[in-house]
Design a protein around this ligand. Structure first.
Ligand code: NAD
Length: 305
């Protein structure tokens, strides 16, 4: 099997450096026309320049690929819409979106300024929403779209000093879950990547021999798979250092208590049983939860639904 993207148009945001650069190069190598978006600022989201995007476009062209640079700030909807319009005018469509742009403003929660929280949410979560929003109608009209949003273990599992970033990255999963449902009937598939790689975001956190194992190119195959025709939908993949995983939110089977036991003491008394995970499952959607609890209540009361 050879996964190719010939005839497809891709936008990769934050593609001037790190992971986005690797994704843009990979997609172009496999035939996609690529919009290399990057606002070109510092790691904390200050400054800006088109040169990182331009140099990735040059690398793609030298390798025989097709690309254009775009300097949109993903947290500005007009600029994002203009980027999507320009790509659509030039190449006819936007079929693939890899929402990858991101910044860091790490601080322990007590010291975190309101502006540091707001800016990180703005670039990661609102910026990803803007990119999805700007490509959505076109994807629906053409009955085809593949979207990958970029989450993080910080949001999925927690990390000291990243309340802003963790909240934004967990928010990606919520966005993915809902867009995957809404995109289903138009063959728009929406997935998330939780990467770990050596980039300017992580270079100070890990030792050189660890960083050497964590090339950004190790993430790209997972992103390419999630952007391919046969991609799954509503799936979080982990990737790093050659490891590839699927990450799921699981819910325990739980227990159903009679109204006489709707007390915190009963919850405390049963907590081990409530949290027993051997029969834990991922639920298909929000209503699956309602259905499960109602069925458990009915079963406890011997009621037929
Ligand atoms: P990076 O700093 O090397 O690349 C991020 C790029 O995004 C930069 O080129 C930057 O200029 C661009 N960018 C930032 N704000 C932008 C904006 N408003 N508009 C357009 N472009 C903007 O970092 P990276 O490690 O390659 O990160 C890529 C993505 O992966 C981010 O979303 C990051 O949160 C996520 N991530 C990375 C790791 C890791 O281990 N490196 C782990 C988890 C998640």
């Amino acid at each position: 099997m050879t996964i190719r993207f010939d005839g497809r148009v891709a936008i990769v945001t934050g593609a001037g450096n790190g992971l986005g650069r690797a994704h843009a190069l990979g997609l172009a190598r496999r035939g996609a026309k690529v919009v290399v978006n990057d606002f070109g600022g510092a790691r904390d989201g200050t400054g800006g320049s088109l040169s990182p995007a331009d140099s990735v476009v040059e690398e793609i062209r030298k390798a025989g690929g097709v690309a254009m640079a775009d300097g949109a700030d993903v947290s500005n909807f007009e600029q994002v819409q203009a980027m999507v319009d320009r790509a659509t005018k030039e190449w006819g469509s936007v079929d693939l979106l890899c929402a990858n742009a991101g910044i860091l403003r790490d601080k322990s929660f007590g010291k975190m300024e309101i502006a540091d929280f707001a800016k990180v949410i703005d670039v990661h979560l609102v910026g990803t929403f803007y990119c999805c929003k700007a490509v959505w109608d076109g994807m629906r009209a053409r009955n085809y779209g593949r979207i990958v949003v970029t989450s993080s273990s910080s949001g999925l599992y927690g990390n000291f000093g990243q309340a802003n970033y963790g909240a934004a990255k967990a928010g990606m999963v919520g966005l993915m879950n809902v867009l995957a449902e809404e995109g289903r009937k138009n063959d728009i598939r929406v997935n998330a990547i939780a990467p770990t790689a050596a980039t300017r975001m992580t270079e100070e956190l890990l030792q050189p021999q660890v960083l050497a194992l964590m090339k950004p190119e190790a993430i790209t195959p997972a992103v390419e798979y999630l952007l391919s025709e046969d991609a799954p939908t509503k799936t979080i993949m982990g990737a790093g250092a050659g490891s590839f995983t699927v990450i799921r939110i699981l819910e325990s089977e739980g227990i159903n208590l009679p109204e006489s036991e709707w007390t915190p003491d009963a919850v405390a008394a049963h907590f081990a049983e409530i949290g027993e995970m051997s029969k834990a499952k991922t639920l298909d959607g929000a209503f699956h939860q309602t259905q499960k609890y109602v069925e458990q209540a009915a079963a406890r009361m011997g009621m037929k639904l």
